[in-house]
Write a protein that binds this ligand. Structure first.
Ligand code: FAD
Length: 402
């Protein structure tokens, strides 16, 4: 496809990674972000081998790995600390799962872009599409004309509201709290603890930091849980094993993040003429597989692949949609199911579930991990590279051993 100027709405993980990938194949980009400043925010995030392989396709893998901590082992415990499952990242899948502070990931992505390509404090209100392009209207009354528009404006996407007005995020039935603590000596294992008061996750980060998250069943917008401080969480999880209590003992109210968990019902289309939905705007998932951002990063690389290898953008958008829809729907469905089972609270149901999980052969859980993570991507050539070859147009994603 001829080189064009491409407009991206949203400066999150999807928008920034897409800007990097599209620049690489020679397009120019403008990213419009609603927030007034791109400040370091959030807690931790884990990026599976699939996301690391996607960064490898952009020649960014080694630089990114230096920013976080690689973890190979993931356990699920019951609330007394007994092991329910063990998952290992096999060596043929790559160096492990990258556990990284979100602020460090954002900083890394921003470093790859020119500040002039980012326009903060520009919140999309509406858009109109005709045969010449897309006119975007911002809440400050200004307008922008886009030949092609990539919507990466998250689960509550304003762009999606314009093209698919009836689609609404679905509440998953539980809320989450997140934070990061400095806690040396926590080891190299990431874990979740499943118990009668919800789940508690512990993820080692670089420099002796630990990302933790907690979930509890809640009605949507539950005001009591929204007001919870660390002391409340300590009481809530008082019956959980020592490591959970130790992490909460080091946590502070400052930077405590709370919110309900939502996903999107799988959409019928991501491509809408000159507008393409990607990331959470297209396929937001519950966080139970740690795959939301990973899928957004996959989107970025595969969009660059299709734009580079297809004669026109709308055909590339449709090819992208066909490729991405089955995989992202699978993640949304599986993740929702895992969360539903993980959130069981009745003691009898928990006892039955835990007994069953302990009997499931480890290869079953390992297989689900492999299906999500065992993917490779075509290399995306940089325009400065000699030859600027086309990437392979068949088998864009190679599943290594499904
Ligand atoms: C508790 C929790 C834990 C998670 N853990 C993981 C994990 O370990 N691994 C993983 O892979 N994923 C994880 N995820 C999912 C991951 O956070 C998301 O999938 C990812 O952030 C989506 O990126 P995005 O860029 O599509 O959307 P967002 O991060 O939501 O970014 C959207 C951007 O668009 C901007 N925006 C919004 N509206 C407008 C507008 N109208 N105009 C202009 N700009 C706008 C926003 O300000 C924002 O900057 C987790 C999610 C949650 C809730």
């Amino acid at each position: 496809m001829e080189k064009q100027h491409i407009t991206i709405i949203g400066g999150g993980i999807a928008g920034l990674t897409t800007a990097i990938a599209l620049k690489r194949i020679g397009h120019t980009v403008s990213v419009f972000e609603a927030a007034p400043h791109l400040r370091p925010v959030g807690a931790g995030i884990s990026l599976g081998p699939n996301a690391i392989n996607a960064f490898a396709a952009l020649d960014l893998k080694q630089a990114l790995l230096g920013r976080g901590r690689l973890v190979r082992t993931f356990h699920i415990f019951d609330h007394r600390g007994g092991i329910l499952t063990r998952t290992q990242v096999p060596s043929d899948l790559g160096p492990g799962v990258l556990c990284i502070h979100r602020a460090d990931l954002h900083a890394f992505l921003l470093e790859q872009l020119d500040p002039n390509e980012l326009h903060t404090d520009r919140r999309v209100a509406s858009l109109i599409q005709d045969h010449q392009g897309v006119t975007v209207r911002f809440t400050d009354g200004s307008e922008h004309h886009a030949a092609l528009l990539i919507a990466a404006d998250g689960i509550r996407s304003a762009v999606r509201r314009c093209v698919l007005p009836r689609v609404q995020p679905r509440y998953a039935g539980y809320a989450a709290w997140r934070g990061v603590v400095h806690l040396p000596g926590m080891g190299d294992i990431a874990s979740e603890t499943w118990g009668p008061r919800g789940r508690f996750g512990i993820v080692p980060l670089a420099d002796d930091h630990v990302y933790w998250f907690a979930t509890s069943n809640a009605t949507e917008n539950d005001a009591r849980f929204a007001a919870f401080r660390i002391a409340d969480l300590q009481r809530h999880f008082a019956g959980y094993h020592t490591t959970v209590r130790q992490v909460l003992a080091h946590a502070s109210d400052e930077h405590l993040i709370h919110g309900g968990i939502h996903d999107l019902p799988p959409l019928e289309h991501f491509a809408h003429g000159r507008v393409l939905l990607i990331g959470d705007a297209a396929h937001a998932t519950t966080p139970n597989m740690g795959q939301g951002a990973c899928q957004a990063i996959e989107d970025a690389v595969l969009l660059a692949h299709y734009l580079h290898n297809t004669p026109d953008a709308t055909t590339a958008f449709r090819a992208f949609e066909q490729d991405r829809m089955p995989r992202t729907s699978w993640v949304v469905r599986n993740s929702r199911t895992i969360g539903g089972v993980g959130q069981w609270q009745h003691p009898l149901a928990i006892a039955l579930r835990n007994a069953l999980i302990r009997r499931v052969p480890p290869r079953i859980g390992q297989r689900r991990f492999d299906l999500a993570n065992n993917v490779r991507f075509p290399h995306i050539p940089a325009v400065s590279e000699p030859g600027l070859e086309k990437t392979t147009s068949t088998g864009t994603r190679m599943a290594v051993h499904h």
